[in-house]
Design a protein around this ligand. Sequence first.
Ligand code: NAD
Length: 270
Amino acid sequence: MSDMALVVVGAAGRMGQALIRAIAETPGVKLSGAVERAGSSMLGRDAGELAGTGANGVAIGDDPLPAFAKADGVLDFTTPASSALFAGYAAQARIVHVVGTTGVGPEDEAKIAAAARHATIVKSGNMSLGVNLLAALVEQAARALPADAFDIEILEMHHRHKVDAPSGTALLLGRAAAEGRGVKLDDAAVRVRDGHTGPRPEGAIGFATLRGGSVVGDHQVVIAGPGERIVLSHIAEDRAIFARGAVRAALWAREKKPGLYSMRDVLGLA
Ligand code: NAD
């Protein structure tokens, strides 16, 4: 089979550049297009040169349609509204769409789900092997430990430029905990605490958000019981772990029917 041709949207972003490097180091894939938003100062630049892999002849453009038309898949770590739009284009082109964008609201989520009738979409708030394994462990722990005795709190820290909170990964871990307890995260989540909050509601899944510096992503799930605490954690040291996961997801999805898949499907942890 020929190399899988991949387009990176958001090519000049932190993750976009990590994706271009991951494609360059992975056999079986090639970069066929690089797209940025209209008006970006990076338009026209060589994508490989920008990402530090050496010039590769792929110029960054602002029109996704011709790029999608000649590709087998799209790697997308951009913004929620852009990812919803790109899902529609990927469906029209009948290609794979790997979505790493976080902070996606219900409306854009619905558009992505609708596009998955024709596109093979893998969407995850965290594409790393370690975090997806952690989610499986959190689900198991939440199932084993009774909610009336053990409280679950999720703590995360990210770099100062991050725009959404709690992180997509914190929410992914929260959903895993809720799944283990047989409840819906929306019903159990306490996303913010401030002022006279009253005591902790039984069964709540709490979140705490820290922002600062250049932190790539730290997550801790604390399960606090009477006289003991279990702490499950993950530390991301390099964005390359998400980028490699995204490339792996694209290769996995190439052979799959249209639908909405998660990274746990890709890694066989579902
Ligand atoms: P960033 O701001 O550095 O990069 C985003 C890029 O997308 C920018 O260059 C921006 O110009 C571009 N962009 C925005 N709209 C566009 C459009 N319509 N067309 C083309 N390009 C467009 O941000 P980042 O740190 O790279 O993170 C991007 C997203 O990925 C965030 O939502 C972040 O939370 C998420 N993320 C997910 C994972 C994961 O594993 N799922 C890991 C890290 C980051």
